[in-house]
Design a protein around this ligand. Structure first.
Ligand code: HAM
Length: 428
């Protein structure tokens, strides 16, 4: 029997997984500077949470969820995104009682039943942040800046931030009727997707790549904004200007999830073929109340980056991605007693902070050296029974080829000291 992984899911093997660790560690490091703390919520939730949170008429809920009945016949869904679960956890654990803003981040797999292609998977991975408890435009700007800084820190060039305001529910309702009046006369010429979106979620019609050219004279939601929404949007922009975060206003930007109010934004970068959105987010005032009860409502804003897409862009742009940490020391024992001694020495080397390994396959000298080469060891230490008796060990530097004899009870200290010094020099 030959098993294969389900379509659209990844195996991250050594060689690739280090890139993922780098993406995640960089994001965690930035989260620490911005003071967002990690939250881990379940990979699956009650289906109703996503229906209510993400919205019944969204593509995600209508077509893309992995939904199943558990053994007690409850409807369960693998999380298609992170915000609904975080907001549920925030409300359920009464984090709204915290007088300060609650700033949370998460990293992990999400699941959407989509047609796989470059940058589109059925199991994909997001890094996201959510700030709950503040309606200030300053925190919208902070969230937008976080994603931008992250891309810059990784070395992604030319990240474009597009922002829009989708106003309040009332504003959207008004805009919807104006937009429908504009679309109605051209309905028959629009693509099938657009026609069906006109029925269910007209704002998303403007997002269509195929019919984009027909929408030149379309009404703009920005013209519908009331005083408060307009001021909020202007202030977000003002903060971004002051921080030096570049952005473009895109009045057609409509996100695919229903919970957004006021600010909506996306990060775009070239390098993944047809797909250019690597992340997105926005404000979602009212969502906490909808999920956790109106009496505990709190404003919120957040964003998530798709790490598959971030990695594809990094690779396409040839940005430097650090490799697996090098092997400092490879030990070879020749002779029974010497071989046994290398087991103890290996343990000591690791305790001294060296990345160290040994041969475990009883190889002869020549093929053990080949292993050391393949593993890119910096130093190889060879111990024979005679050397063991003499209290010495041969240490070969693989880059220079230089070989030296060192006292057996000192060589680990010497190598560990050299590693520390090299690290210090690298830092200064
Ligand atoms: P989203 O725009 O649905 O927003 O997803 C965010 C990012 O996840 C996308 O920009 C993309 O990079 C990545 N992504 C989405 N679907 C796939 C897929 N099938 N394969 C690979 N990558 C994918 C959200 O999920 C919101 N929860 C973001 C947010 C947080 N809004 C407020 N807080």
């Amino acid at each position: 029997m030959n098993f294969q992984k389900p379509k659209g899911t990844p195996d991250f093997l050594p060689g690739t997984v280090e890139k993922w660790q780098y993406l995640e560690n960089t994001a965690r490091g930035l989260a620490e500077l911005y003071r967002y703390r990690e939250v881990r919520t379940p990979i699956f939730e009650h289906t109703e949470l996503f229906k209510r949170g993400v919205g019944e008429t969204t593509d995600v809920v209508e077509k893309e969820m992995y939904t199943f009945a558990d053994k007690a016949d409850r409807s369960i869904t693998l999380r298609p995104e992170g915000t609904a679960g975080v907001v549920r956890a925030y409300a359920e654990n009464k984090l709204y009682a915290d007088p300060d803003v609650t700033k949370l981040y998460y990293a992990g797999p999400m699941f959407r039943y989509e047609q796989p292609q470059a940058g589109r998977m059925r199991q994909f991975h997001q890094f996201g942040i959510e700030a709950l408890g503040s309606a200030s435009p300053a925190i919208d700007a902070e969230v937008i800046a976080f994603g931008y800084d992250y891309c810059r820190k990784l070395g992604i060039r030319e990240v474009r931030v597009e922002i829009n305001s989708v106003g309040t529910a009332d504003i959207r309702a008004r805009f919807r009727s104006k937009l429908l009046a504009f679309l109605e006369p051209m309905k028959e010429e629009l693509c099938r997707d657009c026609r069906s979106r006109m029925e269910r979620n007209p704002l998303r019609v403007l997002d269509c790549k195929i019919d984009q050219h027909r929408f030149d004279g379309a009404p703009s939601i920005l013209d519908e904004l009331d005083e408060d929404s307009r001021t909020h949007f202007e202030q977000v922009r003002g903060h971004l200007d002051a921080m030096g975060v570049p952005y473009e206003v895109n009045p057609r930007l409509v996100r695919g999830l229903d919970y957004y109010t006021l600010t909506a934004f996306e990060y775009k970068a070239a390098g993944i073929g047809a797909i250019d959105t690597i992340g997105g987010g926005g404000r979602y005032n009212g969502l906490v109340g909808q999920i956790g009860g109106e009496e505990h409502d709190q404003p919120g804003v957040g964003m998530a980056l798709g790490l598959e897409r971030v990695l594809l862009v990094l690779e396409a742009q040839g940005a430097a991605i650090p490799d697996y940490a090098p092997l400092d020391l490879y030990l070879i024992g020749l002779g029974e007693r010497a071989e046994a001694e290398t087991v103890r020495l290996l343990h000591e080397a690791r305790a001294a902070g060296l990345a160290a390994d040994k041969d475990y396959q009883g190889r002869k000298m020549k093929s053990a050296m080949k292993s050391a080469d393949r593993l890119a060891a910096r130093e190889v230490a060879i111990l024979g029974d005679d050397e063991l008796d003499a209290g010495e060990i041969s240490v070969k530097n693989m880059a220079s080829g230089e070989q030296r004899k060192l006292p057996l009870n000192e060589f680990i200290r010497v190598l560990a000291e050299a590693k520390r010094q090299a690290a210090d020099e690298g830092r200064s």
